[in-house]
Structures are given as C-alpha cells and as structure tokens.
Design a binder for this molecule. Structure first.
Ligand code: GLN
Length: 488
C-alpha cells in the first residue's frame, strides 16, 4: 500500500478498495520499522493519525469526502501545529507546543489529510544536508547502508516520502530547501511563486525568501498538494490575492498547437557539474526538442552572484527574525545572574553553530559600516536578477536547469560552511526573484542514485511549470517506488 501515489490512493479510497485506517496503519508500521534508522520524523503522531484516518473513513462513507481525504502526510517541523510540539529542529524550541495552527497545516486538516508526524529538518531550515538538526540528521533511503544525506533543509520530508513513511509532505524553500533534497532522493518538489502559499504560523528564517511548498513522488501529486496549500491569507501581509486554477491530472503543454519555447541559462553552462548530471540534462533537452519544444539560450547576467547576495540577505533577515528567542516568552530559558545574562545564556545554549554563524553574519552586514557595501549591494543584485528573469521570460515560456551538481553525498562529508553554501548555486536565484521552480527527477546516475532538474517559470506561472515538469518526469521514467528503493 505504501507504494501507491496519492492519486492512486484517492481512487482506491473512493471505491472502498482500501480504507483510510488501513492506509494510516500501513504507514505507521513502516515508520515503526524504518524511522529509528532514517530519523525522518522528529515527532510521530500515531494517535492523531489514527483519529484523522477514522474521521476520514466516516466522511468517505457518508459521501462528504474532502479533496485529500485519508491521505497520510508528513508536516515539516517548521509549521506550527496546535497541541503538537513544533521544534524547528532547534534546542531552543525543543519543548514548544503552539496554541495555534499554521495556515498551511490548517488547509491540510480541512482537506482531510492524516497527520503522521513532524518531519526533521536543518535547525531553523538553515543548511543543505539537514545535519544542523538538533535531533540528528535524517538519512536518504537510497543505498541506505551508505548513510547519504536526504538533503536539506527539508531532508526529513524527503526521507519520509522516498521511504514510504508518508505519501506526501510539506517543505519550505528559502534558497533551495525543497528542490535540492528532492533532486537527490528521486522526488518531485515545488517552490511556488513567493506569496502563493501563506507563511503564517511557519517559523520564520528569511521572510522575503521563505516559501512553503509540496513534496511527493509524482508531479500530479505535487500539483494536488499545491492546490490545497495555495490561497490568499489575510494573516500574511505578503500573501498574494491570486487564485490559480490547478487541475489534476495536469494537461500536456508540449505539442498542443503552440510551440513551447524553453530557455536554458547561458551562465550556468560554465558551472562544473557531474558528468552524469550533464549527460542526463542534455538527454532531457533532446527529449524536449523531439517533443516539439524550441530551445533558446537566455542570459541572466548576474546569476552567479546570486549566492553571494543570498548569503547576505538571508542571514540579515534571520538575525532579525531570531531575535525573538530570548527565553522570556516561550522556548528554552537558561536562568542567568540578571536579564542580559539570561538572554546570553539562553541563546548560547539554545542555538546550534550554524544558526549562530548566520546571526553573526546577519548582524554584521546590517551594521552601519557594512549596510551600504554589503546589504544594499546584495539588494541591488537581487533586483538585477529579478529583472533579468523577467526579460528572459519575454524570450521564452519556461526555463530548465540542473537542480544540483550531482548525486547525494555521504552525511559525514567533511566540508567547510562555504562549501555547503556553494551547493545552493542552482537554486537561490529563484528565491531572490520570487519565481516558481520545481525539481523533477531527470534520470539515474551511473552510481544508481537519482538526479533532478528544475523547471522555472515567471511569477504565478506555477501551473505551466508543473505541466512541463510532468513531461520531463515521463521522459526520465524513474522508478521511485519506496519498495523498489528499499525492499519490502
Ligand atoms: N541551503 C540554503 C541555506 O542554508 C537554503 C535553505 C533553505 O532553503 N531553507 O540557507
């Protein structure tokens, strides 16, 4: 049962072939078997899952089923869930139990999903391997004995979905945290247009970049999850008052009358990527061509500066957002001699090294001597990149590019912070520009690990992004069934 896609499971639930209770049980069994090893969940909500499933079965029986009724999902532990601890994978929030529900998780409740638990991540979503989690890193289910990274920061979500411990999951993408983990776990993930999914109740990292989005095993499933997550929210001032018509199954976009113009980014062609990535990317471009797409080279002149701009803007916003964790109102509190000492002791004990590094960088670039030369420069680069994408989308309909340079690396890889940051080269520009980008499997590398590529669109062109991703999914034809990856 755990191999079913969401789309397949919904059909079987509707016809009565399976029940939501059975489906939840199968996933909880799988979690019991594999989570101790994979560490995909920080908190498993087994009782809640069975209660949700029971309620779903009742609705299905009475003909009042909602759009995702009975579908078991994992919620990244960055979304506040009422009555269920929400840690952001940080010691400082280790025992934080919110009294409110994030907008996104509420939408999943309303859609009838079954909550299996809260998925592991990098502390405050800062990282690329989910290694900065206070709860230890999740493991990639592919070649499990090698202990490869499931990516980050949404690495618990990808580990859970790829291993059959959830049918779908939420993620957040500030600089690539949905797309990169999906690309190395054989999954599909979408960073929607900024503002399409509400950030309300989602623990803030860098507010002008943070983007909630869906993760699943197929493009149609991702579209289905996105249709639930998206929507205007008056509680988030940056939420867009736009309703997209996301219909599944997604309709083909190639060879349907109009010739689709697909852009490839000139500046990315000099970036070093693995031979497999290069080879598969070229194969998929050839497929697109044979299917009638016109391939056009476009230029985003400053795109290679996106990393530098991102690693100024994101820490700057983080340093401000994380100032609220002071031991006074909620979260960890370490008593000191006086108020200042309590602040210091609480924050010193509560945050991990990477989070501290970001706050120090962020505070430095916002200081009066650095503001103009660092922060303002980064803001200008951001503007140039966003404008260049707009210009590129005058010449082409959608853009494709790699999602990362290669396959999943061992968790114990010894890299400097800058080497980790460099892994985000292909993803951060889309966050700076606020545009939608999906990662979709493009094939298997010679070491038998999956690789992913991105489809990028202009603002609010999320549906076409997914439509093209679906073609690529079909070309690549990668078998990502959990029992195929891991055995029974
Ligand atoms: N790897 C990037 C970072 O560490 C992106 C993280 C994210 O998207 N949340 O900031």
């Amino acid at each position: 049962m755990i191999d079913l896609t969401i789309t397949e499971a919904l059909k079987k639930l509707k016809s009565g072939e399976i029940s939501a209770t059975e489906l939840a049980r199968a996933h909880l069994d799988r979690i019991e078997k594999y989570n101790p090893e994979l560490n995909a969940y920080i908190t498993v909500t087994a009782e809640r899952a069975m209660a949700d499933a029971h309620a779903a079965d009742e609705r299905i029986k009475h003909g009042t089923a909602q759009i995702l009724d009975g579908i078991p999902i994992a919620m990244k532990d960055l979304f506040a869930t009422r009555g269920i601890r929400t840690t952001a994978a940080s010691h400082i929030l280790e025992n934080f139990v919110p009294e409110y529900e994030s907008t996104v998780s509420q939408k999943f409740i309303d859609a009838g999903t079954v909550l299996l638990g809260k998925a592991n991540l990098d502390e405050f979503a800062m990282g690329t391997f989910s290694k900065t989690s206070y709860f230890g890193a999740p493991i990639n289910p592919w070649q499990i004995e090698r202990r490869l990274t499931a990516g980050g920061s949404s690495g618990g979500s990808t580990s859970a979905v790829a291993s059959g411990m959830a049918m779908g999951a939420t993620g957040t993408d500030t600089g690539g945290s949905i797309r990169f983990p999906c690309s190395i776990t054989g999954l599909v993930g979408m960073k929607p247009t900024y503002g399409l999914c509400s950030r309300w109740g989602c623990v803030a990292f860098a507010s002008s970049l943070d983007t909630p989005g869906p993760i699943a095993r197929t493009v149609d499933d991702v579209a289905l999850l996105l249709s639930v997550m998206a929507g205007h929210d008056t509680k988030d001032s940056t939420s867009a008052d736009i309703k997209l018509n996301i219909e599944t199954p997604l309709q083909p976009i190639l060879n349907n009358g109009k010739r689709l113009r697909v852009g490839i980014i000139k500046e990315f062609s000099d970036v070093k990527i693995s031979d497999d990535m290069k080879d598969l990317f070229e194969k998929r471009i050839a497929d697109l061509k044979s299917a009638g797409a016109e391939i056009i080279e476009v230029s985003i002149p400053n795109i290679l500066d996106a990393l530098a701009a991102y690693y100024i803007i994101a820490p700057a916003e983080a340093s401000s957002n994380l100032a609220r964790y002071d031991g006074m109102r909620y979260g960890l509190r370490v008593e000191g001699a006086d108020l200042l000492d309590t602040y210091k002791k609480t924050r010193a004990a509560g945050f991990g090294d990477e989070v501290k590094r970001r706050m120090i960088i962020g505070t430095a670039v916002l200081s009066s001597e650095s503001y103009e030369v660092y922060f303002m420069q980064a803001a200008r680069v951001r503007r140039l990149i966003a404008d260049a994408f707009n210009h590129a989308f005058d010449q082409c309909d959608l853009i494709v590019c790699p999602a990362g340079a290669g396959t999943a690396m061992p968790l114990d890889s010894d890299m400097t912070p800058l080497e980790y940051y460099a892994l985000d080269l292909f993803t951060v520009a889309m966050n700076l520009a606020g545009i939608p980008a999906a990662s979709v499997p493009c094939g298997m590398a010679s070491n038998n690990l999956p690789l992913g590529m991105q489809v990028v669109g202009k603002q609010f062109d999320d549906v076409r992004v997914l439509q093209l991703a679906k073609h690529i999914e079909q070309f690549a034809n990668l078998d990502n069934r959990p029992t195929k990856i891991m055995g029974k």
